[in-house]
Write a protein that binds this ligand. Structure first.
Ligand code: GFP
Ligand code: GFP
Length: 828
C-alpha cells in the first residue's frame, strides 16, 4: 500500500462513526425518517433506519468523490449495460465502509441480530446471470481502485422473475424488489432526459442548399435517473450507478390529453412506463422484440445525453476534448445502438461533418463480446428498426456504405462475398441489422472475456475484421470481487486468511499465494477443513429450510450454480447422477463417498428444454432422496430461486465446483472463479476461464475432462452421431432409456423423455454423450481424492492460494491498460 493510500485510509477510518454513534443515528432515523418508535418498529423499519444511518457515511463519500471528479475534470469510463445483478447492498456497503463490526454491535445493543436485518433486503436482481453479475463486480472494483466511472442501465420495476417449484416444475413470479422503495437509491429529477422514438425522417435543404435530415419523432419519453451509490472498499471512492426509469413525457401527455382526452393520455402513460417495467430473461424466445429494442435505445440515449450534459458543463460547445474525457464500454451488443445515436447527436444536432463525428465515435466506444452462440448474437429486422428508429437506420446504412467502400473494398477489391459477410446489414428476404458487426466497426477496441474466448472471437467470429484492424482486438479475462465473494460471504475463511497472509488480500488478491506455504501444514489443513465443515453445516440448514431435504455435512457438497442452458450441461451432471444411482441399485455395496449434488439455476420462461431439465432433476432427486437402498450415498437438491444471496451461502460450502460446458461455448464463467477462491475443487472442461484456472492451480488441484475446443471441431467435421455413444456405452443407454419409463414419474411414462430425444434425435448439439465417459472418470477421481482428507485439504487450500489472478481488480486494471487509459483520481 502506498503512503497516499494509507493516509486516505486513516482519514476514512478517523471519520468512521463508532458503534455508539451508529446507535444514535439509527434511532434518530427511526424517529425522523421513518416516523416510528423503538418499541413498535418492525424489523423492516430497523433495517431501513440502519440503511439511512449508513447512508450518512455513503453520501459523504459520494459528495467528495463527485467534487473531486468535477474539479479535476477527470476522464471517466461509462459502463453501458442492460444488466446489473447487484444482490443485496446492506452487508456489502458495511464491509466496504469498514463498518460491519460497529453496525453489528450497535444493532445487537439495540436488541437486533444483524443477520436477521440483512434478510429484510430484497435482492436487486437486474440481470440474468454472469453478464450482469460481472457488471456488478466491475463497478465495485472501479470504485475501490478510485477510477472515475459511471454505470448506466435501466431501473427495471421488476428484476429477474422469482422462481418456485410446483411438483418439480419451475413456476415464475414477478419480482417486486422495490415495491416499498429502496433505501439505497436517490432520484435525481434535476437530471431528467427526454428521448424520441418512431416517426419519420424529412429531407430539407437550408439556405446554402445543404441537405439536412430532420427526424420528426412519433413519441417522446422521459427518462428519470435513479442513482445508486457504489461504495469502494476501505474509504476509497463512492461512484454512481445511474439507472433510468421511463415515464410519459409531460409535454406530450398534455398534447394527447387536450386532443384525445384522459383515457388516451393514460394509455400513453402506461406505454411509456412499460419500457422500464421488466428485465427480459435471457433466451426468452417470446421477447417482445420491439419493446426490447426500445429499452436498449432508451437507456443509451438517456445516458449519452447525460454524458454530453456533464461534458458541456466543463467544455461548452468545444467537442475536441470529448474523446479525451469520455470512454464508453458496451457490455455486449445490447447497447450498440449508442453508436448511431452518438452519430445522430453529432451530425444532426451539433451540425458536425460526418468524418469528424465518426472519428469521435471511433475513439469513444469499446465493445466486450460475451458469447459466441449464434442465437445470442443480436440482430434486428430492418423493418422494425425503420419503424422505431428511422433516422438511426439511415445512419447505420451510411456507416455501412462507407465501411464497405473505404475498408472492405480496399482490402478485398471487388470481392462481393466478403462484402456480404462483413456488411452490417444482412441482406435477404427479411434484411437484418447485425449488432455485432456494428459494434466492431464502431469501436476502437473489442475484447473477449477469457484467453480462449478472445482467440475464438478473432479466429471464428470476426476473422476478416481482424484482418482489417489487427490492433483492435484484445483479451480481458473476467474476474470477481473478493470483497463480496470471499470477505463478506465467507467470514470464517476470511479471518483465517487475515491471520495467515495478512489483511491486504481483499485489494491485493495475489497475496493469497502466501497460503501455499501452509498447504502441507496439518494444523492449517485441519482449520481449513473445519471452516468448510461449518460452512457446509450452515448450508445444510438453509437446504432443510428451503427444500425440506436433510443432508449430511460430511458428504461431498458438489455444486452447479448458473443459468440453466444446454451448453452449460446441467443434464450431463444429471446423467452422471443417474449412472451412480443405477450402480447402487445393481450393487448394494457400491463404494462411493456420499455426495450431495446441489443445483441452483433459473430457466428462461420461454426455454422449454431448460425447464424440462429442471423438472427431470427434481423428479430424479425426489426418487433418489427417498430410496432407502441408496443409504444416503446420493442426495439431490435443487435450490429454489437461485440468486446472488443464495450464491453467497452456497459458494463457501462447496467442495466440488461443476464447470462442465462444451468446450468453446462458455466464454469465461465467473462462478468457477468464486468457487475455487473459496476452496472448491473444479470438475471442468477446458473451456473459458477454466483453462486459466487450471494453469494457476496446477493439474493436481483440478479435475479436467472432456473434449478440447479443437477436438470438438474435429469431431463435428468428421460428423458426430450421438447414437454411436448410446449404443457403445451400456451405462449411457440404460440411463437414457430409464428417463423414458415412468420410474421417476409414476404413472406418467415419457414425462422426462425430452432430454433423451434432444440427445439422440436432436443430435446432441452440445456433445453431452461424447463427454460422458471422461466426465464420469473425472468424478471418480474426485471420489478417490476425497478419501484422503489431508490430500483433499491441500488441494482445496491450493485453490484458494492460486486464484489471485481472478480478482475483478485485475480485470479492471487490464481494461485500464488495454482499453480505457484511465487514471485513478484520489479522493480526499
Ligand atoms: C456470459 C457468458 C459467461 C461469462 C459472462 C461474463 O454469462 O461465460 O463469464 O457472460 O462475461 F456466458 P452468462 O449469462 O452465460 O452466465
Ligand atoms: C448528478 C446530480 C447531482 C448529484 C450527482 C451525484 O450530477 O445533484 O450530486 O449526480 O450523483 F445532478 P451530474 O450527473 O450532473 O454530475
Amino acid at each position: 500500500m502506498t503512503k497516499k493510500q494509507t493516509k486516505s485510509l486513516v482519514a476514512a477510518i478517523e471519520s468512521q462513526p463508532t458503534a455508539e454513534q451508529l446507535k444514535e443515528r439509527i434511532i434518530r432515523h427511526l424517529h425522523a425518517s421513518l416516523g416510528t418508535d423503538v418499541n413498535k418498529a418492525s424489523a423492516q423499519a430497523w433495517w431501513r433506519a440502519t440503511c439511512a444511518a449508513v447512508n450518512e457515511v455513503v453520501y459523504d463519500g459520494l459528495r467528495t468523490t463527485q467534487r473531486a471528479h468535477y474539479e479535476q475534470d477527470t476522464r471517466a469510463v461509462h459502463y453501458f449495460s442492460l444488466e446489473y445483478l447487484m444482490g443485496r447492498l446492506f452487508s456489502n456497503n458495511l464491509h466496504n465502509l469498514g463498518l460491519y463490526a460497529q453496525a453489528k454491535q450497535a444493532l445487537s445493543e439495540l436488541g437486533h441480530d444483524i443477520a436477521e436485518l440483512e434478510d429484510q433486503e430484497e435482492d436487486m436482481a437486474l440481470g440474468n446471470g454472469g453478464l450482469g453479475r460481472l457488471a456488478a463486480c466491475f463497478i465495485d472494483s472501479l470504485a475501490t481502485m478510485n477510477l472515475p466511472a459511471i454505470g448506466y442501465g435501466i431501473h427495471y420495476e421488476h428484476g429477474l422473475f422469482q422462481q418456485a417449484f410446483q411438483n418439480g416444475r419451475q413456476i415464475e413470479r414477478p419480482d417486486s424488489w422495490r415495491e416499498y422503495g429502496n433505501p439505497w437509491e436517490i432520484c435525481r429529477p434535476e437530471s431528467v432526459q427526454e428521448i424520441s422514438v418512431y416517426g419519420y425522417v424529412e429531407t430539407v435543404y437550408d439556405l446554402q442548399g445543404q441537405m439536412k435530415k430532420v427526424w420528426h419523432p412519433g413519441r417522446i419519453i422521459k427518462g428519470v435517473p435513479w442513482d445508486i451509490p457504489v461504495v469502494g472498499y476501505q474509504g476509497s471512492s463512492v461512484n454512481v450507478l445511474r439507472l433510468w426509469e421511463s415515464r410519459a413525457s409531460d409535454f406530450f401527455n398534455w398534447d394527447v390529453f387536450n386532443s384525445g382526452g384522459y383515457v388516451d393520455a393514460s394509455r400513453e402513460n402506461i406505454e411509456a412506463e412499460t419500457i422500464s417495467k421488466v428485465l427480459y430473461p435471457n433466451d426468452d424466445t417470446d421477447a417482445g422484440k420491439e419493446l426490447r429494442l426500445i429499452q436498449q435505445y432508451f437507456f443509451c440515449s438517456c445516458s449519452l445525453k447525460d454524458i454530453i450534459r456533464r461534458y458541456k458543463r466543463s467544455h461548452g460547445d468545444d467537442w475536441s476534448q470529448f474523446p479525451a474525457q469520455v470512454v464508453i464500454q458496451l457490455n455486449d451488443t445490447h447497447p450498440a445502438v449508442a453508436i448511431p445515436e452518438l452519430m445522430r447527436i453529432l451530425v444532426d444536432r451539433a451540425d458536425m461533418q460526418w468524418d469528424e463525428a465518426w472519428a469521435i465515435c471511433q475513439q469513444v466506444f469499446a465493445y466486450t463480446n460475451h458469447t459466441l452462440l449464434p442465437e445470442a448474437l443480436e440482430s434486428w429486422s430492418v423493418r422494425l428498426f425503420e419503424k422505431v428508429l428511422p433516422r438511426h437506420l439511415e445512419i447505420i446504412y451510411e456507416i455501412n456504405r462507407r465501411f464497405l467502400l473505404e475498408q472492405v473494398d480496399v482490402l478485398w477489391p471487388g470481392d462481393n462475398d466478403k462484402k456480404r459477410k462483413l456488411s452490417i446489414i444482412e441482406e435477404g428476404h427479411n434484411p437484418m441489422v447485425r449488432m455485432g458487426h456494428l459494434s466492431v466497426v464502431g469501436s476502437f477496441r473489442v475484447n473477449g472475456v477469457a484467453e480462449v474466448h478472445s482467440k475464438l472471437v478473432q479466429s471464428d467470429l470476426f476473422p476478416e475484421m481482424v484482418a482489417l484492424w489487427p490492433d483492435k482486438f484484445t483479451n480481458v479475462t473476467n474476474g470477481v470481487t473478493p470483497r463480496r465473494w470471499l470477505k463478506a460471504c465467507n467470514p470464517r475463511l476470511s479471518s483465517m486468511l487475515d491471520r495467515l497472509v495478512g489483511t491486504t488480500w481483499p485489494t491485493n488478491l495475489k497475496e493469497l499465494a502466501k497460503l501455499a506455504d501452509f498447504a502441507d501444514d496439518a494444523r492449517v489443513q485441519d482449520d481449513f477443513m473445519a471452516i468448510k465443515q461449518q460452512n457446509k453445516a450452515d448450508l445444510a440448514k438453509v437446504i432443510k429450510e428451503l427444500t425440506g431435504i436433510a443432508v449430511d455435512p460430511s458428504a461431498i457438497f458438489d455444486i452447479q450454480i448458473k443459468r440453466l442452458h444446454e451448453y452449460k450441461r446441467q443434464h450431463l451432471n444429471l446423467l452422471h447422477i443417474l449412472a451412480l444411482y443405477r450402480r447402487i441399485l445393481q450393487n448394494p455395496d457400491y463404494d462411493m463417498v456420499p455426495r450431495v449434488f446441489i443445483f441452483g439455476a433459473k430457466a428462461a420462461p420461454g426455454y422449454k428444454l431448460a425447464k424440462e431439465i429442471i423438472y427431470a432433476i427434481n423428479k430424479v432427486g425426489e426418487k433418489i432422496n427417498h430410496d432407502k437402498r441408496v443409504k444416503d450415498r446420493i442426495k439431490v437438491v435443487f435450490m429454489p430461486n437461485y440468486r446472488v444471496t443464495l450464491a453467497e451461502k452456497m459458494i463457501p460450502a462447496a467442495d466440488v465446483s461443476e464447470q462442465i460446458s462444451t468446450a468453446g461455448k462458455e466464454a469465461s464463467g465467473t462462478g468457477n472463479m468464486k468457487l475455487a477462491l473459496n476452496g472448491a475443487i473444479t470438475v471442468g472442461t477446458l473451456d473459458g476461464a477454466n483453462i486459466e484456472i487450471a494453469e494457476e492451480v496446477g493439474d493436481d488441484n483440478i479435475s479436467i475432462f472432456g473434449l478440447t475446443v479443437d477436438e470438438v471441431k474435429a469431431l463435428r467435421a468428421e460428423g458426430y452421431d450421438s447414437h454411436d455413444y448410446y449404443h457403445q456405452n451400456p451405462e449411457i443407454k440404460a440411463v437414457l432409456d430409464w428417463l423414458e419409463t415412468d420410474y421417476f414419474t409414476p404413472g406418467k411414462p415419457g414425462e422426462l423423455a425430452s432430454i433423451k430425444h434432444s440427445l439422440l434425435e436432436g443430435g446432441d448439439p452440445y456433445l453431452v454423450l461424447a463427454d460422458f465417459e471422461s466426465y464420469q472418470a473425472a468424478q471418480q477421481k474426485i471420489d478417490g481424492w476425497y478419501r484422503d482428507q489431508a490430500g483433499w485439504a491441500k488441494k482445496a487450500i491450493m485453490n484458494t492460494a492460486c486464484v489471485g489472478k481472478f480478482t475483478s481488480d485485475r480485470s479492471i486494471q487490464d481494461y485500464v491498460d488495454r482499453v480505457w487509459q484511465l487514471k485513478p483520481c484520489q479522493v480526499k
